[in-house]
Ligand binder design. Structure first.
Ligand code: SF4
Ligand code: SF4
Length: 101
């Protein structure tokens, strides 16, 4: 296992700006962002148009690259984040998922 302590965001990924839902409003998405939908502030090169600006949701600032979340590919990150989204959905508990899969 390699050292992942200084993991940085992968260029051209954007998985964590697509898979998760965001409850707070953001520019272009006044009701927040639904899960699985690219953020309105996600640029074509998968960078954030409001990075460093006050309108960037606190959720985004709290999300840091990690080996667990980012995985070894964009597809792996999308899958991990989609699963996390289901596991944390208010109407379904983790036990529902664990028994279903
Ligand atoms: S999932 Fe990880 S690598 Fe992909 S955009 Fe988010 S922080 Fe960057
Ligand atoms: S506001 Fe920026 S960092 Fe947050 S989800 Fe949208 S594009 Fe990603």
């Amino acid at each position: 296992m390699g050292c992942q302590s200084q993991l940085s965001c992968r260029d051209g990924c954007g998985a964590c700006c697509i898979a998760p839902s965001i409850a707070s409003p953001l520019p272009g998405m006044p009701d927040g962002k639904p899960a699985g939908v690219p953020c309105a502030q996600l640029l074509a090169d998968y960078r954030c148009a409001v990075f460093g600006r006050p309108e960037r949701p606190a959720f985004c600032g709290g999300l840091r690259p990690s080996a667990e979340m980012c995985g070894d590919s964009r597809g792996a990150a999308l899958q991990w984040l989609a699963r996390l989204e289901v596991l944390t959905a208010p109407e379904r508990g983790p036990s529902d998922i664990l028994t279903a899969h």
